[in-house]
Design a protein around this ligand. Structure first.
Ligand code: ADP
Ligand code: ADP
Ligand code: MG
Length: 668
């Protein structure tokens, strides 16, 4: 075994690798960028080396500096994590050339699986089933269009070099093909430096089921069963589970063997994932009729590997380290068993209600459910951040992963919901409540899985208000009264409701909830409080606080235990049923403010202007595309909020913009 390894990554995966290394007595070296100088992964390792500025191009992708750091610190091996350099064959080769062990497959296997089109050609010859499509070398647009017509619509255009859900366009009919091809190629060249594409039949209502494989340097292979990653948004995974619900034993074995064949075809060593798209011709009721097709192989550890660990009881990073140091696989196929059911939820900084727009900001509050580490009794939290840390625009938007295990899927689902309810994040937008809505949806709870689940259930998932305005206001009022009482006991001169002694006293508190003003009228009666919210009848309000600061709020017939965090004017209310924010505007601080934002179009986040679809003087109509931006690895389109004329462009394509920067001016 190695004495010391360098972890060429950041965030949760760097912390994850460091945890296993520590348990095995292997020393670790972190690398970090400017933005990560105080990051959690730096303190999770024994040593750390600064490798450059914040953008990945200047740090985590600077492989020469990473090699230098490994040599300078005496590391014997490099763990690349996922993303960044993990699937970079030149880096894997450079490690080998410098006498360092790359903890991953040989460069030749990365290369063979690196381009989707070439890997498909290779899989074809290894008799692994493929989605009908075109994956040839020819790239003439007209020829591609003819191929799409031949395959039959809908089709999917995919960047051969693509990854992370990027560089894909679904095309519904032949008239849309040319424009989609152009946009796909633009994204591909910008993101991957290679605009070659392939075309596939767009499988209707498919499941995404992938197989975890492992190979060693002695020619042994095993598969560690499957993960179902069908719940996706923008072709990116949201919830992952193992085993796949309803998976027949015969299909599991057939997929496992196909995946091992795929790995063997490229002399694979280490952890890898073979992804399949699975057609359900018999619907959800007939999983025995599922047909699987090879999609791609990810030649690295996957974000969702913990669910496999949870059902097999194994530590996949330990296996990676053992295999990389030359040991044979710890177990044979017949030794491997599935126990129970595991689900992972990816908690991301994003706004689901705004088409999952990535969010940035400070984790002013970050409270997580109790961490039970690898023996998952309750919940395992894998993260790379701490309260107070910043989710910056430089890296991806994942904050943490919650992984739960249960004897059954139903039990795991209930545990995950409880864990999400106990995850309190404030300071930036997250998908935590959205994830709870997905868990509660009929499709997910009944395991009617396919990649369109989120779209199909959208009525139940977006813009939900599970606490309800009445309860949220009641909780905010209770919090205000409580903090006033606490202030009084500490400082008798701050007493502000001395008028109480004259019998019934009342006061008005103004809130803003979901952008609307809400008036709360509170009456202090001799036997307790009475509250009227908006135009609703007054009802008794009572509350009690426990030692952890949780408030048990009873308002009329409704009751909810909530935790409230007050940040400035905003109260963040977390309850078992849901979460919400409510503002109690400080009248004074807004004095003198005013002036509309009319006519200004601002960047929703820091990023780069990719293209501008209009020029000064153009007449535009509401909803028309104006600007394409790229930020946090995604393209965002900015459309005209109303009819008007473009008065002025303030940026050119290629320029970086900060959040809130005015991009162009519209005149009406
Ligand atoms: P997984 O199936 O493990 O989620 P993804 O393909 O979504 O795999 O990517 C895993 C991680 O690597 C994510 O953080 C993703 O953002 C990043 N990633 C994957 N491919 C690329 C790429 N080509 N460029 C940048 N980041 C990538
Ligand atoms: P990436 O490298 O970005 O992960 P993949 O080829 O693995 O790209 O595809 C990502 C997702 O896109 C899949 O999980 C699936 O939801 C969807 N997808 C890919 N190919 C198809 C297809 N042929 N038909 C329908 N959906 C597909
Ligand atoms: Mg994929």
């Amino acid at each position: 075994m190695f004495d010391k390894i360098l972890i060429a990554n950041r965030g949760e995966i760097a912390c994850r690798v460091a945890a296993t290394a520590r348990r095995m007595g292997v020393k670790t070296v972190a690398v970090y960028s400017d933005a990560d100088a105080h990051a959690k992964h730096v303190s999770a390792c024994d040593e750390a080396v600064h490798i450059g500025a914040s953008s990945p191009k200047e740090s985590y992708l600077q492989w020469q500096r990473i090699l230098d750091a490994a040599k300078a610190t005496g590391a014997q091996a490099v763990h690349p994590g996922y993303g960044f350099l993990s699937e970079n064959e030149e880096f894997a080769q450079a490690c080998a050339d410098n006498g360092l062990v790359f903890i991953g497959p040989p460069a030749s296997a990365i290369k063979a699986m690196g381009l989707k089109a070439e890997s498909k050609r290779l899989m074809e010859s290894a008799s692994v089933p493929l989605v009908p499509g075109y994956h040839g070398a020819g790239q003439d647009p007209e020829m591609l269009h003819k191929e799409a017509d031949r395959i039959g619509y809908p089709v999917l255009i995919k960047a051969s070099a693509g990854g992370g859900g990027k560089g894909m366009r679904a095309v519904q009919k032949t008239e849309e093909f040319a424009a989609a091809l152009e946009s796909c190629k633009r994204e591909a060249i910008n993101s991957f430096g290679d605009d070659a594409v392939l075309i596939e039949k767009y499988v209707q209502r498919p499941r995404h089921i992938e197989i975890q494989v492992f190979g060693d340097a002695h020619g042994n292979y095993v598969y560690l069963f499957e993960r179902d990653c069908s719940v996706q948004r923008r072709h990116q995974k949201v919830l992952e589970e193992a085993p796949a619900p309803g998976m027949p034993e015969s299909i599991r074995a057939a997929m496992g063997e196909a995946a091992v064949n795929a790995a063997r075809a490229v002399n694979y060593v280490g952890a890898g994932t073979v992804e399949f798209i699975v057609e359900q011709p018999g619907g959800y009721e007939r999983p025995d009729q599922m047909k699987f097709y090879f999609m791609e192989m990810n030649t690295r550890l996957q974000v969702e590997h913990p669910v496999t660990e949870a059902i097999t009881g194994l530590d996949l990073v330990e296996w990676q380290l053992r295999v990389a140091s030359g040991e044979p696989l710890p177990l044979e196929q017949d030794d491997l068993l599935i126990e129970g059911h595991a689900i992972e939820a990816r908690i991301c900084a994003e706004n689901p209600d705004k088409n999952f727009l990535p969010a940035t900001g400070t984790l002013k509050i970050y409270r997580k459910p109790a961490h039970a580490s690898f023996e998952i009794d309750v919940v395992r939290v894998d993260d790379g951040v701490r309260e107070g840390d910043v989710i910056s625009p430089f890296y991806d938007s994942m904050i943490a992963k919650l992984i739960v295990w249960g004897e059954t899927r139903q039990e795991a689902l209930a545990k995950l919901d409880a864990a999400l309810a106990a995850t309190h994040i404030a300071g930036l937008q997250t998908n935590v409540q959205f994830l709870r809505h997905v868990l509660a949806s009929e499709s997910f709870s009944q395991a009617k899985l396919d990649t369109a689940l989120i779209q199909r259930e959208s009525d139940q998932l977006f813009k939900q208000d599970k606490l309800g305005a009445q309860m949220v206001v009641a909780a905010a009022v209770a919090q205000t009264v409580l903090s006033e009482r606490q202030a009084e006991t500490h400082d008798p001169f701050s007493r502000r409701d001395g008028f109480r002694s004259h019998g019934t006293a009342s006061r008005r508190i103004d809130f803003e909830y979901k952008g609307q003003p809400v008036v709360a009228k509170l009456r202090y009666l001799s036997d307790g409080l009475q509250l009227a919210v908006g135009d609703q009848d007054a009802r008794p309000l009572a509350f009690s606080a426990d030692a952890q600061g949780r408030l048990d709020v009873r308002f009329g017939d409704d009751r909810q235990v909530v935790q409230i965090y007050k940040i400035g004017e905003v109260a963040h209310v977390f309850g078992a049923r849901g979460a919400a924010t409510i503002t109690e505007p400080d009248v004074l601080s807004h004095a003198g403010e005013g002036g509309g934002e009319a006519g200004r179009l601002t960047a929703p986040m820091p990023g780069k202007v990719v293209s501008i679809a209009v020029k000064a003087g153009d007449k535009v109509s509401k909803g028309q595309l104006l600007v394409v931006m790229e930020a946090m690895k995604m393209e965002h389109t900015i459309a005209a909020p109303q009819d008007g004329v473009v008065a002025e462009l303030l940026f050119a394509p290629g320029e970086q913009v900060t959040e809130g920067a005015e991009l162009l001016r519209l005149a009406s």
